[in-house]
Ligand binder design. Structure first.
Ligand SMILES: NC(=O)c1ccc[n+]([C@@H]2O[C@H](COP(=O)([O-])OP(=O)(O)OC[C@H]3O[C@@H](n4cnc5c(N)ncnc54)[C@H](OP(=O)(O)O)[C@@H]3O)[C@@H](O)[C@H]2O)c1
Length: 274
């Protein structure tokens, strides 16, 4: 399938993976509908894409809100006629133990990481099936394959996205509509700062991972050679086996690792007064 002049709805396009994916797809002649809350960033990105000869439209929206999702999809339909590609990328994490997580943050995470993925898919899938063409790419995570302490709910939301994507891929086999899940390990984006800030903390680590541009390249590859899932970095595809065979080690040492990490975080907070 050639994607030239097709339309991609990309959530979380104001930074990181979503932003780079928007630029990558726009370079291929795909019109991109940019969705996130920070409108100023989306406007900057749409200008950059348009100056490079691409097509982009801004749809500022909070995807935690059900009505906003409907408004976005209707807006894309009236602007472009429909959605050929849906990139369910918007999402966020939260660092800390579950007993300290507030319900409003937990609810927001479920709404954005889970509910929005389901709802947006349901809003565009029937038309994709009817015209026998389209691709939904969900950004899951290796955290969904190997749940780690300190990010319990986030891991659970990503396990949901991973499972939903593979099941939908299997349902749609034999049609020209595809669903894929990208499972990144650490990616150098604002994700870690946002996750720490959500918990009222400061991120103290260094992210040694792939770049958002690498993930965007993988998304483009998946659109051209659809398959159900793709890990990035590639070696992470061994992780489910590691969980299966060595999960008990994580049960044993996970709490220790978490306590050490939290001690470091508290020391930095004390030193910086934050
Ligand atoms: N970075 C990693 O290591 C990593 C690893 C595995 C998976 N992932 C997944 O990759 C995806 C993209 O994350 P990233 O690494 O690119 O992080 P990021 O730079 O923090 O981007 C997150 C995006 O989600 C958007 N978003 C968050 N809440 C939203 C809401 N309520 N409504 C609309 N948009 C919302 C943000 O936009 P606004 O704030 O402007 O709304 C932003 O554009 C996420 O699903 C994340 O879970 C990341």
């Amino acid at each position: 399938m050639t994607w030239q002049n097709k339309v991609a709805l990309i959530t979380g396009a104001s930074s990181g993976i979503g932003l780079e994916t928007a630029k990558r797809l726009a370079r291929e002649g795909i019109a991109v509908a940019l969705v996130a809350r920070r409108e100023d960033r989306l406007v900057d990105l749409s200008r950059e894409i348009q100056q490079a000869g691409g097509q982009a439209t801004v749809f500022a929206a909070d995807l935690a809100d059900e009505m906003e999702r409907v408004r976005v999809v209707e807006g894309v339909r009236s602007e472009y006629g429909g959605v050929d590609i849906l990139i369910n990328n918007a999402g966020f994490g939260w660092f800390g133990v579950m007993s300290e997580m507030s319900w409003p943050v937990a609810r927001q995470m479920v709404r954005v990481n889970v509910e929005a993925v389901v709802h947006l898919s349901l809003l565009v899938l029937p038309e994709m099936v009817e015209r026998d063409g389209g691709h939904i790419i969900n950004i899951g995570s290796v955290a969904g394959d190997m749940p780690v302490p300190g990010m319990a709910l986030y891991c659970a939301t990503k396990a949901f996205v991973n499972a939903l994507s593979v099941a939908m891929y299997r349902e749609l086999r034999g049609q020209n509509v595809h669903v894929s899940v990208v499972k990144p390990g650490p990616v150098q984006t604002e994700f870690f700062q946002v996750a720490a800030a959500q918990a009222g903390r400061q991120y103290v680590g260094r992210v040694d991972g792939v770049t958002a541009t690498d993930v965007a390249e993988l998304v483009w590859h998946l659109l051209n050679r659809p398959h159900r899932q793709a890990y990035i970095a590639g070696w992470l595809r061994g992780l489910p086996w590691l969980e299966f065979f060595l999960g008990r080690l994580l049960d044993r040492f996970g709490p220790l690792m978490l306590r050490t990490q939290m001690r470091r975080v508290r020391a930095v907070q004390k030193a910086t007064g934050r």
